[in-house]
Design a protein around this ligand. Structure first.
Ligand SMILES: NC(=O)c1ccc[n+]([C@@H]2O[C@H](COP(=O)([O-])OP(=O)(O)OC[C@H]3O[C@@H](n4cnc5c(N)ncnc54)[C@H](O)[C@@H]3O)[C@@H](O)[C@H]2O)c1
Length: 271
């Protein structure tokens, strides 16, 4: 294994590991030799995920928990520490958009449902801040650790129809920079905080807005591709290397970065 990118033996807590992206990254981390604590609010999804992770020959445990409840996260921290003695990596992946928080093409900002706004901003933003508080405290005590958050293209420039998601992801980019500063200045250069900003990947949350029932591209996805110099959607496996890099010795002087993984979307004006 290339030492520069080695995460073997590292203890990684992955929130949202029952979901699409968290599950994919959890599988990758296990194949790279990391010890994975898969955290999710849905126990039935976790059971399936852990079976999958163990079948890859790795070390993994599933822990049901809620990223919005400090007590629940403290129990997870105690469980991981009693099992493996430390926490090296936190991947804050629980989050995503909610159908109720997306404006339909004929809806206006003034139609937005406040409960859905609250749900989507809370899950994405607080759902990243609270685990960073609880598991980051252990890293601060160790003076070593790496946190990776998930931002979005919506944090770079406005994307129609998704106000709550956009605000929350912009908050995550800012929080990534803030916590990176705080950790380095108070606990030294061993605790790093970064984020990735995925471009457009076809997932369960956005399939309906990007692909028509007959399999053709929607108008929205044609606009996305027109602003993506690589002219294609990403495959979620293409996020694995970026996340591993940010957790590895190769990124020892990288903190507060938000790394786009987007086929060029964020760097292209569209003209
Ligand atoms: N899938 C994509 O194409 C895509 C693209 C860009 C960014 N993202 C981001 O990646 C992240 C994950 O997306 P996904 O597509 O894997 O979503 P997903 O819905 O498949 O997975 C999210 C997981 O989080 C869990 N979860 C929800 N609330 C929770 C809570 N309170 N506590 C603990 N777990 C909770 C869910 O049970 C679920 O398993 C999100 O931040 C999303 O914005 C996804």
């Amino acid at each position: 294994m290339n030492e520069l990118f080695n995460i073997s033996g590292k203890v990684a807590i992955i929130t949202g590991a029952g979901g699409v992206l968290g599950g994919n990254i959890a599988k990758h981390f296990v194949t790279q030799g990391a010890k994975v604590a898969a955290l999710d609010i849905r126990p039935e999804q976790l059971d399936l995920r852990v079976k999958e992770l163990l079948s890859l020959g790795g070390e993994a445990v599933g822990i049901t928990g809620n990223v919005l409840e400090i007590d629940s996260l403290e129990k997870v921290a105690a469980d991981v520490l009693s099992r493996w003695g430390r926490i090296d990596i936190l991947l804050n992946i629980a989050g995503g958009n909610l159908p109720g928080a997306t404006l339909a093409p004929d809806q206006h900002f003034f139609d937005m449902k406040i409960p859905d706004w609250e749900k989507v901003t809370t899950l994405n933003l607080n759902g990243t801040v609270y685990p960073s508080l609880v598991f980051g405290k252990v890293m601060a005590q160790q003076k070593e650790g790496a946190i990776v958050n998930i931002s979005s293209m919506a944090a770079y420039s406005a994307i129609t129809r998704v106000p709550g998601y956009s605000v929350a992801k912009t908050g995550i980019s800012n929080f990534t920079q803030w916590l990176a500063m705080e950790m380095a200045m108070k606990y030294g250069d061993g605790v790093r905080v970064n984020a990735i900003a995925p471009g457009f990947f076809i997932g369960d949350q956005n399939r309906a807005v990007l692909i028509n029932p007959d399999g053709s591209l929607t108008d929205r996805s044609m606009k996305v591709l027109a602003k993506t110099p690589m002219n294609r959607f990403g495959d979620i496996s293409e996020l694995n290397g970026a996340v591993q890099f940010l957790c590895s010795p190769a990124a020892s002087f990288v903190t507060g970065a938000v790394l786009p993984v987007d086929g060029g979307f964020s760097s292209f004006s569209g003209v």
